[in-house]
Design a binder for this molecule. Sequence first.
Ligand code: FES
Length: 576
Amino acid sequence: MTKGTKGLRKGLTSYGDAGFSLFLRTAFIKAMGFSDDALDRPIVGITDTFSDYNPCHGNVPDLIESVKRGVMLAGGLPMVFPTISIGESFAHPTSMFLRNLMSMDTEEMMRAQPMDSVVVIGGCDKTLPAQVMAAASMDLPTIVVQTGPMVVGHHKGEVLGACTDCRRLWGQHRAGNIDEAEIKTISGRLAPSVGTCMVMGTASTMACVVEALGMALPNSAAAPATHADRRRIAEMSGKRAAEMAVSGVPTPAELITEASVRNAMIVLQAIGGSTNGLIHLTAMAGRAGVHVDTEAFDKLGREIPVLLNLKPSGQHYMEHFHYAGGLPALMRELKPYLDLNAPSVSGGTLGDAIEAAETVPNQNVIYSFAAPLKQEGAMAILRGNLAPDGAVIKHSAASPSLLTHTGRAVVFDSVEDLTRRIDLPDLDVNEDDILVLRNAGPKGGPGMPEAGYLPIPLKLARQGVKDMVRISDARMSGTAFGTIVLHIAPEASVGGPLAVVQTGDRIMLDVPARRLELLIDEAELQRRLKIWETQPPHREMAKRGYAKLYEQSVLQADQGCDFDFLLRDGGETSKA
Ligand code: FES
């Protein structure tokens, strides 16, 4: 059904004379050589997120060409426009600090410029969430094209994956087992092509979650960035976007529903997804007015096993997932749990996508539900007096022996404090202790750095210690392995109990019981919290600009770290 104003007539610049506004717009765009016939077509916007600072988006120019071809094959007019691009390791202080800025930029450019549908091209960790958040707020027919994963690397006969092996090999370098010359060679082999990290990190997780939500074409998550399939997916997406520009459906609000969000939560558990995926899903769903219930997510985690044999929970990489049939083949194993009627941007349903899934004999990448890779899902939600609003652990990538552990706290007050002291020879620490990092949350970081993967203190690493319990209000790369509790809410910087843990306190982690407890008297805990409240430690606040807006507006991890004023109701629920 065609509704409202279309094409070039949409969202006219305000001159007080609509006819003149259209005349002027047409006159100026003709400077680019467009004909009247072209300008009369349905318009498909295409985001250009290429940047020399973002190798994960290095194939975006090629993908844009393929999307444009698809749009024109279907009779539409493709219009490419730039938005912010965020490359994970090039974003200071963190990419998370900029996610909401990218979502605002993308939303407002969709709103300001005339387009009947839009293709958003993204891949690096924060880009897909930012784009889907924007799309959900704008509610314009939108299709996502993921940039796709890199191909794998090789070193001394070993297959390498960014960035699970980045951390492992850097750890070996720190421990003195890999010298300077070799680590330099390795730096040229970990990321051997453009595209996103090829393990089940945040980028791969979001590519799968977005497909599970129905916002990207079926079987689009895993095709490598450099594979011809990736360009075919882009072309098909362009064609589909041109159809959506005419029909006006489906809109993101029709796709991001209670049912599709639940489907995405199931997929997040079954793929061994990144903990960041939960924050981003909460934010994306929130923009569509759907609440992510972390208790329900945890319950699903007890029912849905990890089926995907990808690093860091398993052994393979995204390209192998693609060759094994991709997400539709994995979802086939989960059929009884999924809402198969959930619509897809393809025009069909999730059930249709699963029906069309390939069956690949003798593959060992996608495990069956009957004989899964891990008996439980990837993540668990923890609560207790240390995390009244919850915390998360990716127990599928943790040491089983540490999932129930009580130890002495060794506290670091900030990321800077951690950096300064973690490797000191006289640091009072042993392998049974629990490393605690605070003031690294959404506000405290600021930007909730991926500092939750606290390094093993050098003196313990040299003794061969590979894992310890580590807890924080920070995030962690989805590519990391370890017994690591993250996203503790409320964070220390707003007076959460994490703020008053002292070195020497005992902490109990009990993942099977979903508990995280500071083992001190309730009266003593309240006494410490009272002191913190009356004399909060000094914190340097931003005085101007985006940093100030961020500090004033960012919500806690359990609310997706969105800005309060960007929520569907303008923040009314966050104040309740
Ligand atoms: Fe971009 Fe990993 S750094 S996806």
